[in-house]
Design a binder for this molecule. Structure first.
Ligand code: HEM
Ligand SMILES: [Ca+2]
Length: 786
């Protein structure tokens, strides 16, 4: 399904969301409004960059006369000469702010603090302590997806502090009648710092060595300015493109249509709109899906609110029969109702799906404001699934010999080490061994484990080769250099092969994401916060869930299917990996089997049977995604069309009729459509996989990772204290995913690869070639000789 075609090929807009380039130029006063052809705009003044509109999000809150000057971007598009930067709040419109705050006290009255404290205590204690039981899909979801065991105690304290701050802010807002908009735009300049609630406000770490050659494991000290040394580090808040859609401006999720009626249940939207249809992608294979998930885990992991004893929160009665009574319900509960006529869950008597809200972190500047979600892993694209997101996690993975990572030698082939964490696979079954990696979600699906193994093997292969070039090198040097190269390889594959496939060549150019062929890039910007945006992790990048196929067709010989695996059977069940040929077989399957198109279809493996284990039914990931978007305060789809410069939707008739009808059934108004849903319904951008809205949100995110990461592999010594020499960088640029697959295969059933590894080998001109083919050059490590 796709939105109706738009004839204007030059527009950045989604089809049918008409906003032509010339329209914009007329509206905003380009130099020479013209005859309908593209107009040439004035260049931005010195020091100001021309950026796509989504990278200048404050413009949506400006009056039209205040909007920034438009300018030309590569690929024939317009952008803005942006002065507000990535800050989504407007600073220009000060008059409004002053009027709004006329009567607000400039400090936090002690009685508000006291009332909030009592309220919070009550909320924490007066809830039913009904933990989620082991063995249930919910348990796996809560434990593995939203926690990393080690630092839970610390996170718990921080999260409680942030929740109490939010509750205090809510009480203050109500008492003082602060306009919702003032919270949304961070316009309440009152601080917690001199109150007991200020304890957890962030103290910047002392970065002993901002010139460190190697990036830290936890992401601290990347930005050289002391007050920004936390930017992008593990545990830090996510950013936003637009202010949150909280109904009270603080933390209450969007629950109503713009016409005031309640929004429909996320499960109802999922089951009516998103069916399970087999639509193989004509060009791309499942490696896109799998590599995509690996980097999702590199850059984002949220955490959910817990009971006081650290257990998971349950919002439904046993078996999901009903939602708990208000007296028993934890304040972080947002259970998903299931209708009695649900074609799947009704058979099991399920009327309630558990859903617990994400935990929060205090505002970094200690100011009263809306709830801020965090990522537990380093936001940077830094191979944290391989090396962990803390120094301690990193050490646990090392062998401290020859720079190598610990591996399990499984009869001569290297697998990841086994974990002794009983919760890692949600089972006590003896012999069901699960793996340990830098990311706790590694066992989630067996194809993900395959890529984890591939990168860990690559690290050890490089460490070994580096020691051949430098026989006297220490373990530390070998480890750090191999890590630096693996991170560079991961970044190069992402920007050179993966992103162009995902978001299309035009977005690559407009957002300046194309890697150079030679020389150093010069895009570092000390003002860019590399943090993940809520829009990216809560919606746009979850496009990957639509690309998952419910089955793996494992082929032994070409065209000969050996085994068909249903994906719920290989979630948290990696035992097949111990079979001698499985690693090779799985990799071959990933590059041979098509990915599913990103559209309104989601496999039942995810929307009915997620983490089923031994249970007859599982969770619905699609419903979780919709609910998560509301939990994270994502605004409706229309608002993101606006921030891109596209026209908003005003009628369900703008969709193909069948989809339009379904939408009208689950939404009162087009203005209510959730971002994840709206994005999935768009037609893919030219030569890309996702529609324009997701493409822009993803492009913006990867621009942040490039401009906001001092250690990005393409930067020279002026920016990056650990820069590669130009000879080394030229070697890194030879990296391809195909080469990586070949170099780390067992060579049992895999001896060939498609040269463009993300493209199906049956797609014209991309047939399989031998791993020894000279068109797959290897990195020459002589450039690392010291
Ligand atoms: C077998 C495949 C997959 C399964 C079973 C799976 C499952 C999940 C689950 C359970 C969550 C947490 C949902 C929540 O509570 O909000 C999640 C989050 C997420 N997934 Fe997937 N996923 C899969 C593949 C993918 C792929 C292919 C991508 C992207 C290309 C992706 C991107 C994400 C992102 C960005 C998040 C949010 C992470 C966070 O910030 O916590 N996933 N996924
Ligand atoms: Ca990371």
């Amino acid at each position: 399904f796709s939105l109706r075609q738009n004839e204007d090929q030059t527009s950045t807009a989604a089809p049918a969301l008409i906003s032509t380039s010339t329209d914009i130029s007329k509206k905003l006063g380009a130099d020479q409004p013209s005859s309908g052809l593209l107009t040439k705009c004035r260049p931005c003044t010195d020091g100001i960059k021309c950026v796509p509109q989504i990278q200048c999000p404050a413009h949506v809150r400006m009056d039209s006369k205040q909007k920034p000057q438009i300018c030309d971007l590569p690929a024939g598009k317009f952008g803005y000469c942006c002065q507000t930067g990535q800050n989504h709040t407007v600073t220009k419109n000060q008059d409004k702010a002053r009027v709004a705050q006329v009567d607000i006290p400039s400090f936090l009255p002690p009685q508000v603090l006291e009332e909030a404290r009592l309220n919070f205590q009550k909320l924490m204690h007066n809830v039913a302590q009904i933990p989620v039981h082991r063995g249930l899909p919910d348990f796996t979801h809560g434990i593995v997806f939203h926690s990393t065991t080690k630092d839970d105690i610390h996170n718990f304290a921080v999260s409680n502090n942030a929740l109490e701050q939010v509750i205090t802010t809510q009480i203050f807002g109500k008492k003082e009648q602060v306009p919702v908009d003032d919270f949304l735009t961070n316009n309440v300049p009152i601080k917690f710092d001199k109150t007991p609630l200020g304890q957890q406000c962030r103290q910047p770490p002392i970065c002993r060595d901002v010139k460190s050659i190697y990036r830290s494991h936890d992401g601290t000290c990347n930005n050289p300015l002391p007050e920004r040394s936390f930017w992008g580090a593990a545990g830090q808040p996510m950013e936003r493109l637009l202010p949150p859609a909280y109904e009270d401006g603080i933390w209450n999720p969007r629950a109503h249509s713009i016409d005031g009626s309640p929004l429909k249940s996320a499960r109802q939207i999922s089951r009516i709109l998103l069916n399970d249809v087999n639509r193989p992608h004509p060009k791309y294979n499942l490696l896109v899906m799998q590599f995509g998930q690996l980097i999702a885990h590199d850059i984002s992991q949220t955490s959910s609110v817990r009971l006081e004893n650290g257990d998971l929160v349950q919002c439904c009665s046993p078996g999901g029969k009903v939602k708990l009574s208000p007296q028993e319900t934890h304040f972080a509960c947002m259970p998903i109702p299931v209708e009695p006529d649900d074609e799947f869950y009704a058979a099991f008597g399920v009327r309630c799906l558990n859903f617990v809200r994400l935990s929060l972190v205090p505002n970094p500047n200690c100011q009263l404001g809306y709830g801020k979600q965090l990522s537990k892993v380093t936001h940077f694209l830094d191979a944290s699934p391989v090396y962990g997101s803390s120094e301690e996690a990193g050490r646990e993975l090392r062998s401290f010999r020859g720079g190598r990572l610990r591996m399990l030698d499984d009869f001569g082939h290297d697998l990841l080490p086994l974990t002794n964490d009983k919760k890692a696979c949600n089972t006590d079954e003896p012999g069901k061994s699960c793996f340990k990696a830098g990311d706790g979600r590694v066992n989630q699906i067996i194809s993900l484990i395959t890529l984890h193994i591939m990168f860990a093997r690559e690290h050890n292969r490089l460490a070994e080769a580096l020691s051949q070039v430098n026989p006297s090198a220490t373990d530390e040097w070998l480890y750090q250099e191999a890590r630096r190269i693996v991170i560079a390889e991961l970044q190069h594959i992402t920007y050179n092969e993966f992103l162009p496939a995902l978001i299309g060549p035009q977005q690559m150019k407009r957002f300046r994401l194309v890697p150079l062929h030679q020389g150093y890039a010069n895009d570092y910007n000390v003002n860019v916060n590399p943090a993940i945006t809520n829009e990216f992790s809560g919606a746009a990048y979850r496009m990957g869930h639509s690309s998952v196929d419910g089955k793996f067709h494992i082929e032994k010989a070409q065209g000969q299917i050996d085994e068909v695996i249903n994906i719920p059977d290989v979630m948290f069940n990696p035992s097949r990996m111990r079979k001698r040929e499985f690693y090779d077989d799985m990799l071959r399957t990933l590059y041979t089997q098509p990915m599913q198109q990103v559209d309104s279809s989601i496999t039942h493996g995810l929307s009915r049977f997620l983490f089923r284990g031994d249970n007859p039914f599982g969770l619905d990931l699609a419903a979780i995604n919709i609910q998560r978007g509301r939990d994270q305060g994502l605004r409706c789809y229309n608002d993101y069309l606006e921030v891109m410069g596209s026209a908003k939707l005003h009628s369900f008739d703008q969709f193909p009729s069948e989809i339009g009808k379904k939408l009208a059934h689950v939404y009162s108004r087009p203005e209510d459509i959730d971002l994840w849903i709206g994005g999935l319904l768009e037609q893919a951008v030219p030569d890309g996989i996702v529609g324009i809205t997701f493409a822009e949100i993803i492009a913006d995110q990867f621009a942040r990772f490039k401009q906001g990461d001092r250690y990005f592999y393409e930067y020279d010594g002026k920016t990056n204290p650990g820069a590669f020499s130009s000879a080394q960088l030229q070697e890194i640029r030879k990296t391809t995913l195909a080469r990586l697959i070949c170099d780390n295969a067992d060579g049992l059933t895999l001896r060939t690869v498609p040269i463009a590894a993300f493209v199906r080998p049956d797609f014209g001109g991309n047939q399989l070639i031998g791993c020894d083919n000279p068109s797959l050059p290897a990195i020459n490590l002589n450039a690392w000789r010291i």
